[in-house]
Design a protein around this ligand. Structure first.
Ligand SMILES: Nc1ncnc2c1ncn2[C@@H]1O[C@H](COP(=O)(O)OP(=O)(O)O)[C@@H](O)[C@H]1O
Ligand SMILES: [Mg+2]
Length: 314
């Protein structure tokens, strides 16, 4: 078999650098596992190269809009290049936090109270009255985030209504729709899921303890600013509930191969779903590789299995 894998990383989102780091690492792991892997950016030569010299499969690891909203996947599907990860439709419904939230909520998963607000609505109805009504309905504290975003860019916590307008402006900088969501106090965890043919399986949960209290961009990509515990320091029944939540979200959203759900477990032991990532970060400080390292599998074995599945799908 042709064992050439094209890892697609980069793109033009604010998460470009993170994606390039993820891509380099996946390519390295694939080479260690015996594949011929190269990293390619999304640029004007990519399409022709994929068509003229088709690889065994592509491995998209582009974070943010172009990589996770399904558009890259749609293009790969159109030119018949098999790829690792979820198809375009599932990416699209997962990347929109409000849509993903409604779908998993219908399956019985708890999601924080939230309202998604397009910038135009904000302008047409008047910011002041609207923000008051929303604050009343959703309840303080709030977390403000772009409805379609990543890496905590444009995310802020609002404990005092006076901070809300600035938080909205910060989030609108990253997208046209902002999600105003109830902030859930508790233990933040991430749960990776993989499916190598026997259905989705949860990896050990990673507990995230940022020095600053908020798992923002700096806390994510500056080594040493966040403490991680894998498995999370939670009772077994809570770890099981979290694993079940991540697997259910993966199933309900129709995801394929791999995903990572971001969750919060509150003091009452309730598991709240924040979002799911279809191309989880794979950098040195990322969560998914830490979880694989703590599992019975190895990153090499897992990537090999995912690639083989993508190739077999053809
Ligand atoms: N409802 C919430 N309650 C508590 N913390 C939250 C909530 N929503 C988001 N956060 C915090 O903000 C971070 C980013 O939010 P998330 O929904 O995961 O978006 P993304 O990772 O795509 O930027 C999370 O890792 C978490 O620390
Ligand atoms: Mg997240």
């Amino acid at each position: 078999m042709n064992d050439r894998i094209v890892v697609i990383a980069g793109g033009l989102s604010p998460e470009r650098d993170v994606s390039l780091r993820s891509g380099r690492r996946v390519a390295e792991d694939l080479r260690d596992a015996g594949f011929q892997a190269e990293v390619r950016d999304i640029d004007a030569t990519l399409l022709a190269d994929l068509q003229n010299d088709p690889p065994a499969c592509a491995f998209p690891i582009v974070h943010g809009v172009a990589g996770e909203d399904g558009s890259l996947q749609e293009v790969l599907q159109a030119i018949n290049v098999p790829f690792v990860g979820s198809d375009a439709t599932s990416c699209r419904r997962s990347f929109d936090k409000a849509i993903a939230g409604s779908l998993v909520s219908a399956a019985g998963i708890s999601i924080p109270n939230a309202i998604a607000l397009p910038q135009a609505m904000f302008r047409d109805l008047g910011a002041g009255g609207l923000l008051d009504a929303i604050t009343e309905k959703v309840g303080l504290p709030l977390i403000i985030k772009p409805n379609r975003g990543g890496s905590a860019l444009g995310v802020s916590v609002v404990r005092d209504p006076a901070e809300l307008p600035a938080a909205m402006v910060g989030a609108f900088a990253y997208g046209d729709v902002v999600l105003i969501q109830r902030y859930i106090e508790g233990t933040e965890i991430a749960v990776g899921v993989y499916d190598i043919g026997d259905g989705p399986v949860a990896l050990p949960a990673t507990e995230i303890v940022p020095d600053s209290g908020l798992y923002d961009y700096t806390a994510r990509y500056t080594a040493g600013t966040t403490e991680f515990f894998t498995p999370a320091r939670l009772e077994d029944r809570l770890l099981e509930a979290a694993a079940e939540t991540a697997v259910t979200a993966h199933r309900v959203l129709g995801l394929r191969d791999w995903s990572r759900s971001d969750l919060v477990v509150d003091a009452d032991g309730k598991v709240w779903f924040l979002e799911v990532n279809v191309s989880p970060g794979m950098t040195e400080t990322s969560l998914y590789p830490q979880e694989v390292a703590a599992s019975d599998s190895s990153i090499g074995d897992l990537l090999t299995a995912l690639v083989k599945r993508a190739v077999a799908r053809g």
